[in-house]
Design a protein around this ligand. Structure first.
Ligand code: HEM
Length: 171
């Protein structure tokens, strides 16, 4: 995964200092990596909605006034929705792959979904592209992948990496 995303960044950004909006559109594999990361580690793991009036959903009768919890973290890890769900595979989000149907929603869905979704995705891609352009990363062995849940999720003990300048990309 890492060499492939690095190669894409090199092809699209090269040595450029400024990343344009058009460049971001061409970083398709980087987008896939971001989406797959948010499937396994959604920063906002869930949301809830109040049901306005009695309704039936998936064969269940839901009374008006009920609060329903929607858990993006759980959905993202269900083998009913994602084959071999704990495997990190950005090609699940390949442009030609079937789109998840209401089973993937790190930014929620519907009219009250995240207002900052587009901005957050652009910002993340700019930061990731700039880091990949300039540095090599290797994860220091022996770390836990434990999650700290304080309403939003983050790595419990950080993500400790060795970082070196890429030889041909010193700026
Ligand atoms: C990776 C980054 C982010 C993630 C995963 C995320 C995720 C979410 C989620 C799950 C919701 C709940 C929506 C719901 O209950 O249906 C939400 C709401 C919201 N987010 Fe984000 N968000 C991110 C970044 C941002 C940024 C950068 C901004 C602003 C620039 C932003 C602005 C908002 C606003 C205003 C709402 C409330 C929308 C409403 O209630 O109508 N978010 N976000």
């Amino acid at each position: 995964m890492f060499p492939r995303v690095q190669k894409e960044v090199d092809a699209v950004i090269g040595m450029k200092q400024q990343i344009s909006y058009d460049d971001l559109g061409e970083l398709t594999y980087l987008s896939q990596v971001l989406k797959e990361t948010l499937r396994l580690y959604p920063s906002a793991p869930g949301t809830h909605r109040e049901v306005v009036e009695d309704m039936t959903a998936g064969g269940y009768n839901v009374p008006g006034g009920a609060i329903l919890q929607f858990d993006s973290y759980v959905c993202g890890r269900m083998d009913k929705f994602f084959e071999d769900p704990l495997r990190f595979d950005p090609d699940r989000f390949h442009p030609d792959a079937p789109k998840p149907y209401y089973t993937y929603y790190p930014f929620s869905l519907g009219p009250r979904a995240c207002l900052g979704q587009k901005f957050a995705q652009m910002e993340a891609k700019v930061v990731m592209a700039k880091l990949l352009q300039r540095f090599e990363f290797s994860l220091v062995p022996g770390q836990s992948f434990d999650i700290l849940d304080t309403g939003t999720l983050r790595p419990k003990s950080g993500v400790v990496c060795s970082v070196t300048h890429r030889e041909n990309h010193k700026m």
